[in-house]
Ligand binder design. Structure first.
Ligand code: GLU
Length: 304
């Protein structure tokens, strides 16, 4: 149950940062785990820059993320895929969903939206009279439940219809939604294994549902614990996590390995390439704590 390599396709993993700020220790953990899992299985490791939300982006962040990955020895295979170049692919997926009658438009203002950003419930009948700007939502049947086995978190079930309901696939500001873009790109890049933070566990139900509608294969999922502060907030760019210091790459990698429950390379191993070579061979997914979060004050990782 813990490690179902459900795919018989050649392993293709990926790291998909959003360029909203520099990498921090939390994003290094996701990058490193996805890299090690791919290398351990002699697979490819791709990098996709999720630059599809310009208002949230920080100038220079994409370049800084890529140079930080390189400084930590995390060299990717092939070219980086930039989501900002992928508009036509997202439009084609939306056209397919539209043709199959899965979409409706919604002009709810922020005040009208229900809990979790749900549509007020009346837009569907008002399609002919809606006023621009509109968001495009995917219809989710009320009884829709998504089940999958997460390689770290175990069996999961998401009541997509009851808890998340009709979700946005194209935003009111005209931007393609993350949920759609990630599914289209994972399929196009033939990603077989997704290793990422548990903050995205909730999105997995939406993504599997979209894969089913688009007849795309469902990859294997693995959601890692995220680092939280004492108040339970995820370490993130939004709450000003300190940027990774590239000159401390070896120490950063060792701290990330400790957080992931992995064996430490012998003390005399200090080059990043050697730390990664040791960690790839010894990578043990079973050792990753099967919890959603770990506070930074626990012994596994200390912010500096
Ligand atoms: N771009 C997303 C983020 O930085 C991650 C997407 C994913 O791994 O599916 O949070």
């Amino acid at each position: 149950m813990r490690d179902p390599l459900i795919s018989d396709r050649p392993y293709r993993g990926r790291f998909a940062p959003s360029p909203t700020g520099p990498l921090h220790q939390g994003s290094l953990i996701a990058a490193l785990a996805s890299y090690l899992d791919a290398r351990h299985h002699r697979g490819l490791w791709l990098v996709r820059m999720e630059d599809l939300d310009p208002p949230r982006e920080e100038a220079g962040a994409a370049k800084r993320i890529l140079s930080s990955l390189e400084a930590h020895g995390l060299h990717w295979d092939g070219e980086v895929l930039w989501q900002s170049q992928r508009g036509p692919a997202y439009a084609a997926a939306l056209a397919q969903l539209e043709r199959d009658h899965h979409l409706f438009r919604c002009d709810c203002t922020r005040q009208l939206l229900g809990p979790g950003g749900a549509c007020c419930g009346h837009c569907r009948e008002r399609q002919a009279t809606l006023s621009e700007p509109v968001a495009v939502r995917l219809s989710v049947p009320a009884a829709c439940r998504i089940r999958f086995i997460d390689r770290v978190q175990g069996a999961r079930e998401i009541a997509l219809g009851a808890e998340i309901a009709d979700f946005v696939v194209k935003r009111k500001d005209g931007l393609d939604a993350y949920q759609l873009a990630v599914v289209v790109d994972d399929a196009w890049q033939e990603v077989t294994h997704i290793v990422r933070g548990s903050d995205l566990l909730d999105s997995t139900g939406r993504q599997i549902f979209l894969q089913q509608l688009l007849q795309a294969p469902t990859p294997s999922y693995c959601h890692l614990p995220v680092i939280t502060d004492a108040a339970g907030h995820k370490l993130s760019k939004q709450n000003h996590a300190p940027p990774l210091r590239d000159e401390r790459a070896a120490a950063n990698l060792r701290a990330a390995l400790r957080f992931l429950g992995q064996p430490q390379p012998p003390e005399e191993v200090d080059a990043v390439a050697d730390i990664l070579a040791f960690a790839s061979v010894n990578w043990t997914l079973q050792a990753v704590p099967a919890v959603l979060s770990i506070t930074a004050t626990s012994a596994t990782w200390q912010p500096r």
